[in-house]
Design a protein around this ligand. Sequence first.
Ligand code: ZN
Length: 249
Amino acid sequence: MKIAILGDVHGNLEALEAVLKEVDAWGAERILQVGDLVGYGPDPGAVIETLAKRGARVCLGNHDAAVAGLLQVEGFNAYAREAIQWTRKNLGPGHLDHLRQLPLVVEDGRLGVQLVHGSLHKPQGFDYVYSQVAAERSVDHQTQPLCFVGHTHIPCLFYQVREGASLDYEPEFEQGEPCFVSGLFRCLVNVGSVGQPRDQDSRAAWVRWDTDGGELRLERVWYDLGRTQEKILGAGLPRVLAERLSYGL
Ligand code: ZN
């Protein structure tokens, strides 16, 4: 089965549409999404609706939780807080209900996969997997062979060949090389971000997973980020949220 996994979209409809075009061209049968549908970007409602229409399975991100009133905004920086408040005002009650019912962890035993926004270590704490130690902490709680995460907006892949083995890091994943994950005991994959990449590559990121061959591959897609930037400025959102898209920061 061909499965597309999408990371943090953050209300960026142009990036989402460009990714979905590639997802369809590849022939994906399912879409998984690791949270943060909204926050920062100018089209939160359209992003929620687009992914809902496609039957995507989605877990709760920290921005989704804050917009929906499930998480205090005090922990966010000033720009993020301003965007969260703007997003809340620009969503309807149906959108907010949709965000409120998203699970912290999605688990599919048939596919052998889990989705969580930050880390499986206390998912409600939204830890960042920035290091080997943080990755180990998440993998310790992993109950399926594969787990997809987002939150840092930086793609990476860790794996464990068998139970008790050390956790290894696979640098080739970030280069877009195919990685074969069948037979691994555990694999933890950060799929990067659709709508606000932070690995100094402004292209939207997504991951394709062909379950038959057990092949994972990071994809990058150009999109009309100038249009998104115009919308961010037109909406009165902080200028820095538009500017950072040019640099992938
Ligand atoms: Zn995010």
